[in-house]
Write a protein that binds this ligand. Structure first.
Ligand code: NDP
Length: 309
């Protein structure tokens, strides 16, 4: 049995160590060392070059090294009859919540103004609303969205969440379905996107959505860039309907040099860094799942390709 592995080469050693600590002694193959493709039964991958995953006739499962799976499903030659298992990892969830809390506080308390004052050597303290008077709206109540809701609620924010199906989270108003999307937008002083990219969520945040948000709202996008219509967001920033945006994900990554987001004073760009997969915990999760598969069980969670996540 062999495992096809693809990740950033720079951290390959860390992954090797993590896999061996997790008890995986399998023969690990990479694009430079495929060997006999018939041996490969499991693929563990992030953004493998298109065409590779379809080359393994005995592939049993594809493990995504990340919560999103569009890096697999967008490959026109991906073997979509092979089950895809996404990463479910407490470390990733915690990292994502930390990223969100950072930007919520940054916007809520206008910390960006202090950088400006510092440049002017101005000792000026400004006021900000009580946490309970700031409405934070979270799109997506999966593993990351639910955790972010709870942590922001515990900080005293007024939190509303939105998912496809009904949810119950203590102290959080939970909305669901298309019919309640406008109600979510109306409460979004700060809007956080944690939706997977699907045909239903692509271009969801467009000019029409922005008009339904409170004036001067903030956006934090940490799921996928294509949820936002970029030209519409730039217009909304221009008119100050949207005051600022913290964007971690983009339609094209790396963000091209001539992209207007780079130079926009009210856009904060991070390079898909909200919740990078942690080698140790991800390798443990995947190794446990491979052991489950080898002993005849079914790894979880398997992506529902009809739903798109
Ligand atoms: P989950 O699959 O656990 O949760 C997805 C949530 O989105 C669910 O609550 C689901 O609703 C909801 N949802 C899906 N489609 C719709 C829709 N059409 N309308 C309303 N709600 C919808 O995802 P995760 O929390 O693990 O991750 C979310 C995304 O974050 C990932 O897909 C990935 O793209 C991104 N990500 C980004 C990272 C980064 O570093 N920037 C790192 C990790 C993830 P329901 O519960 O009803 O099914």
């Amino acid at each position: 049995m062999a495992i096809f592995f693809h990740w950033d080469d720079a951290t390959r050693d860390l992954w090797d160590t993590a896999f061996s600590e997790a008890g995986t002694t399998a023969d690990i193959r990479t694009v430079d060392n495929l060997g006999d493709v018939n041996d490969i039964e499991y693929a563990v991958a992030w953004a493998a070059p298109h065409g590779y995953l379809g080359r393994f006739p005995n592939l049993k499962y594809i493990f995504s090294i990340g919560a999103g799976v569009t890096h697999i499903t967008e490959d026109p030659d991906a073997p979509l009859d092979v089950p895809i298992v996404r990463l479910q990892d407490d470390m990733l969830v915690l990292d994502m919540s930390c990223h969100i809390i950072h930007w919520v506080l940054h916007f809520h308390r206008s910390y960006y103004l202090y950088k400006q004052y510092e440049g002017e050597k101005k000792w000026l303290r400004h006021r900000y609303p009580d946490n309970g008077d700031r409405r934070v709206a979270i799109m997506g109540l999966g593993q990351t969205g639910q955790d972010a809701c709870r942590r922001l609620r515990d900080l005293g924010f007024d939190v509303t969440g939105w998912a496809r199906s009904p949810k119950e989270i203590e102290g959080v108003r939970c909305l669901h379905g298309e019919a309640q999307f406008d109600a979510l937008l109306a409460e979004a002083d700060i809007l956080v996107n944690l939706l997977p990219l699907t045909p239903q969520t692509e271009n969801l945040l467009d000019a029409n959505a922005f008009t339904k948000m409170p004036d001067g709202a903030f956006i934090i996008n940490c799921s996928r860039g294509a949820s936002i219509v970029d030209a519409d967001l730039l217009n909304a920033l221009e008119s100050e309907k949207i005051k600022a945006a913290a964007l971690d994900v983009f339609r094209t990554e790396p963000l091209p040099h001539d992209d207007p987001y780079w130079d926009h004073p009210n856009v904060f760009v991070t390079p898909h860094a909200a919740a990078p997969s942690n080698e140790r915990s991800a390798a443990q999760f995947i190794a446990d799942n491979i052991r489950t598969a080898m002993s005849g069980g079914t790894p979880t969670p398997i992506v529902d390709l009809q739903r798109g996540y």
